[in-house]
Design a protein around this ligand. Sequence first.
Ligand code: SF4
Length: 475
Amino acid sequence: MSGFIQGDCRHQATLFPEKLDDFVSEDNPVRVVDFFVDKLDVSGLGFNLDCNGAGRPGYHPRTMLKLYIYGYLNNIQSSRSLEREALRNVELMWLTARLAPDFKTIADFRKDNGEAIQLVCKQFVELCRQIGLLNSQTVAVDGSKFKAVNNRDENFTAAKMRRRLDELDQSIARYLARIASADLQDSKAAKAKAKNMNDKIEKLKKEIDRLKKIEVRMLEEPDKQISLTDPDARSMKTRGTGIVGYNVQTAVDIENHLIVSHEVTNNGSDRSQLYNISYQAKQALNADSLDVLADRGYFNILEIEACNADGIFPTMPVPQTSNSLAQGRYGKRDFMYIEEDDEYECPAGERLEWHMRTTEGGLEVDKYWTTACASCPAKSCCTTGEFRRVSRWQSEELVDDMLDRLELEPDIMKTRRETVEHPFGTIKSWMGYTHFQMKRLENVATEMSLHVLAYNMKRVINIIGVSALMSAITA
Ligand code: SF4
């Protein structure tokens, strides 16, 4: 070993014993965790501070909270890993003052203090707002599917159940055919084969019985779906495949990419989520009005109406429901609405008058057309039918405003995508393959809050640094 850099001797005593604090540098993020939690009003947030004095004293919620925030900042999310790390990780020893709770105590704290932990996450967002990191008043909203602790084979929908039962019936039919052919042969091997097949059929019948019992429970569920490991997890479509999990909604600040609000749902569709997540963001920012960027999956007139009524102005592309534009004919935007006359003007300069009002999907829709189409020279560029009909939804002026904003800022959807991809990509890479570790919606929501808190904390440290953040916490 001579000629190489030498380390200290393990058995060498030092003249001045080293303190734990010597091992934690001044700009170590663990100091932010310590400082932030020490400044929190833990009883006001709902953590249980009762200590009845009888028996062995428990750990203070601040110690447990520090342990968890450190864990989520450093990809140590399971209670068993945290128990191990508390015994060997110098930063954690410093943070918890060498306290090392067992994994059950650690797990119970997260399970029993869900609401308070979610409030801590909100407190950090409020801190970000106060130090001026959330000034843009524009957020990008998106949802992403996260895997639950529920194997796909342990989730049943009506279609999946039918498919599984059909497969089992087909397997039984195949084995019966083989038994029939073995019965024609009078050999020991054929008899053994028939017995083997009969055993397999028995197993398949037991599986059918098990599935039929599950089917009864599944049909009792309001959405005719059941997950056996995590009852709140739901089958959801993702790009190219499907998962059993949760749909996490976030509103992300477009300037600093901080997560302003988030919500875990088990509804796989984004169509009814816009108002809720945007309203939470507006509250968190304490803003009078808020601009929201979303993708076309959020398009829902009722949600857009609710947003506008509350000073929230969403911008998103409108899903193409008509084939006209795709087939090279005039699109809806080629028809100009004349508000004072309640008519449309078409590209040929004709007026399309109001003719009727219908209800489609719970929305009132007005229909406009003109009889001039019959003799129009541009008809082949407009419609394949007798007349071109134009539909106008209730509150369509809000959609027109949205499309005007999109035309004025054509890169805005690129900004939206880049903004929301950052936090989702980061958090999913921290979570690894399994995503959530806990079962049930309320527990998963707590886990997500810890991830969001860790993400935001890391982001702020990257933006302003440890010492500036600690000064801001003190201020
Ligand atoms: S077909 Fe009818 S709606 Fe279309 S441009 Fe001609 S007149 Fe206008």
